[in-house]
Write a protein that binds this ligand. Structure first.
Ligand code: ATP
Ligand code: MG
Length: 559
């Protein structure tokens, strides 16, 4: 495509459409075209090779999973509307697998019984279904998408730990081999559950996820997992509560400017509905609240900001004037940033009024002080004296220690040395295949198109015949093309009857790392040209040297 498609928001999505890698069928559902499929297969083969090297064995599980199995783990209900469900002609219900803990645990509980058969790691590369609330960015967040999912089975925790860290290495090797800049971070486990997890992030300015990393001790975590610590403030003499008129001033910025107080001396009162119950969450005016932290603290599965009607009902005022006073049954939780702070400013639960000199304990009661804030650039590192810096990334992989969550629910046990039945201990490990490809483009592109890292480029080399009508050009091109193929170089020959400018533009858009230009004029001087996509460097050489030179370049461009 010459034009940028209007409904594609980010470069990777635009470029995947423009370069003819994918086409949309429905929201979050895509066709892979020949070039896109080539990239996908190359990535899958890297994943497969690294998984096999680590001793994992490939299987292929069905997409259709009986609802009964999902009911046994409680996830038929808990997974919510993201789980795609179908009913067959006999009115039997099935899930379209969004992930396969249930199915694989069922398989292993039937097949693997003795402690001698452990440890065991099984994986598949398969299509997953999730009815994402906002499918977007093309294959980055689809409703039908490719995933490599692996599951490990153990008789003890140490063994799980060992495999977990092996998989951490495997994932690092996969992304290194693809030539991607990435960061592993401590992560939340989400609906998969389990005790601990790491996400692998491909670093990209447009990434959905925020990462905080400490350059000093190499701590790195997803923002929703990064604890925020505060210095204890010096306590002040508590001043009398004073109501002040703040006509039309609602936001922290407005009230701060109007009353000439710092946002850090203000309380922001946010009303949420957690599983339908209203709760007031307080945070200091200069910080923002992290909903995942609040959700975890409240142990709820849905959390949304309360609507205006609820705000009015609970506080008696419009949005913008809420404060932690007389909220009746609504519990109040406060971020640690407010602990020990005196004489703050807050909404007065009355339109156009705020309070000054608000003091917790005296003026309202806090049920719990917990860490609810988003970590930010320059916050202190939770592990050392360093300072955190902020980056953006795209989550491409996620590894989890599941423990016995699924084996206990599905009664998957093994017999130990004494013949006693014990629950199997599990880990699970996912990589989004389509998402990784999109992330690779998001990280590696310029205004002309994709700049593929060589290992996942649809072709390593594009051979461009500039004057394909001339027999000498054609002959030389064909000879080089055949020789490259004999040497196992993945090459595409552009022998279309198009102007050179058109061919160059297409080659740049497709992002093939090495381009060989063969033109009539240069050929008569005994020269052909090689041009590299990533730095646009260009040099001439004789046709005889081309093959060995290309092989060298492939070596240097492979991470
Ligand atoms: P997200 O938070 O982005 O929704 P997730 O935490 O739900 O991801 P996991 O359940 O850990 O994802 O799935 C493993 C991997 O599958 C992810 O790391 C990601 O690469 C990929 N993945 C998850 N959801 C999608 C999707 N809707 N489209 C494409 N890939 C996805
Ligand atoms: Mg998800």
């Amino acid at each position: 495509m010459r034009e940028t498609p209007a409904d594609a928001e980010i470069p990777s999505h635009q470029l995947m459409l423009r370069a003819g890698l994918i086409r949309k069928l429905a929201a979050g559902v895509y066709n892979y075209l020949p070039l896109g499929l080539k990239v996908l297969r190359k990535f899958e083969n890297i994943v497969r090779a690294e998984m096999n090297l680590a001793g994992a064995q490939e299987v292929l599980l069905p997409t259709l999973a009986p609802a009964s199995l999902w009911r046994q783990t409680g996830r038929w209900e808990a997974y919510g509307p993201e789980l795609m469900r179908i009913t067959d002609r006999h009115k039997r219900e099935f899930a379209l697998g969004p992930t396969h803990e249930e199915v694989i645990t069922d398989l292993v509980r039937r097949e693997v019984k003795s402690y001698r058969q452990f440890p065991l790691t099984l994986y598949q590369i398969q299509t997953k279904f999730r009815d994402e609330i906002r499918p977007r960015f093309g294959v980055m967040r689809g409703r039908e998408f490719g995933m490599k999912d692996a599951y490990s089975f153990h008789t003890n925790q140490d063994d799980l730990d060992k495999t977990y860290w092996e998989m951490y290495e495997v994932y690092s090797n996969i992304f290194k081999r693809c030539g991607l800049k990435f960061q592993a971070v401590e992560a939340e486990s989400g609906p998969i559950g389990g005790s601990s997890s790491h996400e692998f992030m491909v670093l990209a300015g447009n990434g959905e996820d925020l990462i905080l990393a400490c350059p000093k001790c190499h701590y790195a975590a997803n923002r929703e997992k990064t604890p925020v610590g505060y210095l204890k403030p010096a306590s002040q003499e508590q001043l009398p509560l004073t109501k002040v008129a703040t006509p039309g001033q609602r936001t922290i910025a407005e009230v701060s400017a109007f009353l000439k107080v710092q946002p850090s001396a203000m309380i922001k009162t946010l009303l949420y509905q957690g599983d339908g119950q209203t709760v007031a969450a307080l945070i200091r005016g200069d910080r923002t609240l992290n909903e995942t932290k609040l959700k975890n603290h409240l142990k709820v599965s849905t959390l949304v900001l309360a609507n205006e009607t609820t705000v009015r009902e609970v506080t008696g005022a419009e949005t913008g004037y809420a404060g932690p006073f007389n909220l009746g049954k609504t519990p109040i939780v406060a971020d640690l940033s407010l602990a020990g702070r005196d004489n703050l400013v807050s909404g007065a639960n009355e339109n156009n009024f705020h309070y000054q000199n608000v003091n917790a304990g005296r003026d309202f009661r806090v049920e719990a002080y917990v860490d609810l804030a988003n970590a930010e650039e320059n916050d202190p590192c939770p592990k050392c004296e360093g300072t955190l810096s902020e980056m953006r990334g795209i989550e491409v992989g996620h590894i989890f220690k599941l423990g016995t969550k699924y084996s206990a629910a599905l009664n998957a046990t093994f017999l130990d040395e004494k013949g006693e039945a014990k629950p199997i201990i599990m880990g699970c490990y996912g990589i989004g295949t389509g998402r990784t490809i999109a992330a690779a483009i998001e990280q590696n592109h310029d205004e002309n198109g994709i700049i593929w890292p060589l290992p996942i480029a649809p072709y390593q080399v594009v051979l461009t015949s500039l004057d394909p009508k001339y027999p000498e050009v054609n002959k030389a091109s064909e000879r080089i093309y055949r020789e490259l193929i004999l040497k196992n170089v993945d090459v595409i020959w552009d022998e279309r009857d198009e102007r050179p400018g058109v061919k160059f533009k297409d080659a740049d858009l497709l992002g093939i790392p090495i381009r060989i230009n063969i033109g009539k004029r240069k050929l008569r001087e005994g020269k052909v040209e090689i041009r590299l996509r990533h730095d646009q460097s260009c040099f001439e050489l004789s046709p005889i040297e081309v093959i060995s030179r290309v092989q060298e370049l492939i070596q240097t461009l492979s991470p």
